[in-house]
Design a protein. Structure first.
Length: 475
């Protein structure tokens, strides 16, 4: 170990040694030296290449080691004492993560090896963190070209989580960050802040090939709206083309208008407020590759009555949906059900939803793929609908279209993929007696409200926790 750094030639050998001997502890001198150099790497050491006679001078084309082993190496090499070291994202082992980040700045070889492991996800929980991140990235932009790759190119996930008491989002600084990133590599976006993203911010999340198309579509939509000089024309558009224009008059992008061969954003996971998602932002409508959607709370009476345009413009059905708002009535929309928006759902977490039809039809449409289901139902004393929901789901195969699998006769497993079920209020014998039949129709069910499903079947579901009364069953 020279100058307190780990030669790249010995790096994989050290990992193999650590993997075989979990109780391995480095000598006190080596650990102290490694910790000191990892905690406070100088600017000269960060830019100094490895010795020419070492294998460390060989360029590393990308990460070749699992993240778990890298974290293990970092935990044994030493713990950083520099509390000002920048953390690009969160980690279950913060100290080991900080040591990894310091090691990646200690030599060119280690930077090329570790940077893809420590920079894929950026979490911004305070405005100061955004400023610090911009300062770090500006260091790389001032370096000679070709010396080290800007780590912003490794960012694949951006999470902005500002509590309500924090000031507004500095979207100018955020756009400065996005301008040095590679938008074609983004796969996840979380926006949990009181302030909504501005149009230029969403535009930078689109690949360059998509931005020009989105700009042209937005310009054409504005021209179409402003060209409506006659009240008769506006009346014809709203009467003969229902759903073409929402209540605020801005043009929607429907599935019929979206060409499937057009490029789109690469973002697959989207988490944001209903207030942003529902109105149909002109740039948000190009996020058509979304497969995992999470919508956080919003006042439903302030939302427009039409359906979200993006749900109808997605290239493929959603794989997971999580909603906690008063607009959960999307599961009662025949338009979305018939369009197959829910047919591929694997995980569904929804709060709160009423048990009236066609909720049963929406759940039945994904019965072949649904593995995790969490339903918080707004019963409000209407236990007839509550029991009818489980009765209908027990025979959900009736909703299969002609030609689908299991279209003749009752199958042995109505929900063959269902593994975990959480339901509130918990069905009782006097509120939803048909729930036991539904459980029997799910032979692969493993847990019900966190309890072992096999044990519940043996005890009798109607006798489970009879003294526990939920809020919906207060009688």
């Amino acid at each position: 170990m020279a100058n307190g750094l780990v030669p790249a030639a010995d790096f994989e050998a050290a990992i193999a040694h650590l993997a075989l001997q979990s109780s391995f502890a480095p000598s006190s001198s080596c650990a102290t030296q490694a910790s000191r150099s990892a905690a406070a790497p100088s600017k000269s050491s960060a830019a100094r290449p490895a010795a020419s006679g070492s294998r460390a001078s060989i360029d590393c084309l990308g990460p070749t080691l699992p993240t778990e082993l890298l974290l293990l190496v970092a935990s044994h090499l030493g713990t950083s004492s520099d509390h000002h070291a920048w953390r690009a994202s969160t980690s279950s082992d913060a100290e080991a993560y900080r040591t990894l980040l310091s090691l990646s700045a200690s030599s060119c070889a280690l930077h090329k090896l570790l940077a893809p492991q420590v920079w894929p996800r950026v979490v911004l929980e305070h405005p100061l963190r955004l400023s610090t991140l911009l300062w770090v990235l500006s260091y790389y932009s001032r370096m000679p070209q070709g010396r080290l790759r800007n780590p912003a190119a490794h960012i694949r996930s951006l999470a902005l989580r500002y509590p309500r008491h924090l000031p507004a989002v500095n979207q100018t600084a955020l756009r400065a960050l996005l301008s040095v990133c590679a938008p074609e590599r983004f796969v996840q976006l979380e926006w949990e802040a009181e302030e909504e993203p501005e149009a230029p911010t969403l535009r930078l999340l689109l690949p360059p090939a998509v931005r020009s198309l989105a700009d042209a579509a937005q310009k054409a939509a504005r021209a179409a709206v402003t060209s409506e000089q006659s009240a008769a024309v506006r009346t014809w558009e709203r009467s003969d083309r229902p759903g073409s224009y929402p209540i605020n008059g801005s043009a929607q992008v429907l599935a019929a208008d979206a060409a499937l061969d057009e490029p789109t954003s690469c973002i697959e996971r989207l988490s944001l407020s209903c207030g942003i998602f529902w109105p149909g932002h002109p740039y948000l409508s190009w996020f058509r590759a979304v497969r995992h959607l999470r919508l956080i709370d919003y006042d439903g009476h302030l939302l427009l009555p039409h359906l979200p345009p993006l749900l109808l413009a997605l290239r493929a059905p959603l794989l997971s949906l999580s909603m906690s708002s008063s607009k959960t009535a999307v599961l009662h929309s025949d338009t979305l059900i018939n369009a197959g928006c829910w047919k591929a759902l694997e995980k569904l977490d929804i709060y709160a939803v009423t048990p009236e039809p066609p909720l049963d039809k929406a759940l039945a449409s994904c019965r072949h793929t649904l593995s995790d289901l969490r339903l918080v139902l707004d019963v409000s004393g209407a236990f007839t609908n509550y029991d009818a929901l489980w009765t209908s789901l027990t025979t959900a195969w009736r909703f299969d279209r002609v030609g689908d699998a299991q279209d003749s006769g009752a199958p042995e497993a109505v929900f063959p993929a269902l593994r975990n079920l959480q339901v509130d209020p918990f069905p009782q014998q006097h509120t939803a007696p048909s729930f036991t039949d539904f459980v029997r129709a799910c032979p692969n069910l493993e847990t019900i409200n966190g309890q072992d499903a096999v044990t519940l079947r043996l005890k009798g579901l109607e006798l489970v926790d009879p003294d526990h009364i939920t809020g919906a069953l207060a009688f």
